[in-house]
Design a protein around this ligand. Sequence first.
Ligand code: MN
Length: 240
Amino acid sequence: MTHQTSRRNFVKTSGKAGLAIGLAASLPAVLRASGMAANEFQQQALPYTYNALEPSIDALTMEIHYSKHAAAYAKSLGEACAAEGVNTGSKTLESVLRNISKYSPKMRNNAGGHFNHEMFWQTMKPGGSATPSGQLASSIIQSFGSFDAFKTQFSDAAKARFGSGWAWLIINSDNALAIVSSPNQDNPLMDVSETWGTPLLGLDVWEHAYYLKYQNRRPDYINSWWNVVNWDVVAARMNK
Ligand code: MN
């Protein structure tokens, strides 16, 4: 990358902060511009190739989902942050979600959309991982009776979500696990959510997530998705 290109990217990336270029640029902005790191308000690299989750999720669906839908949420989130004075160098995405009622519908849709998709990519893995063990397994059994009962209840929540939305496994402030679903790009971190909790696992049931391969057969998509869940990441989120 030439110096000139780097500088142009810097101005584009840092937006308003570009006014103070060279003087008071924040470290995150510098890191973003340099490509050394990206902050959590930006789309991260997909941790596998588009075809890596086949046959559960086909390559074309993954490509369009990541590079068009999710990319658009990240881009619009950036616009909303700039318009509504959210300093992405100092605020966390989670703090925005927890106070989402104070922001615009555009912020709600895109902060949710961005967070939900970034988490979705991380909680999937080519070939999946071994079923939960340790603390996660015992918490699931304690909360839902058995791992199979948990899967059934989660799948039912995903099937029953009318229109577009997500199904979630959450951990609440009492450290109890629960299954919920949310409409659109809402999630259980939002102060507008019916049920609050920290999401450990989320399933996207928007038609854009499955229609090319499964058309109207959402239950088939859900059944196949279990094969690519990355339980190691789910367990790490619970232990955090
Ligand atoms: Mn999606």
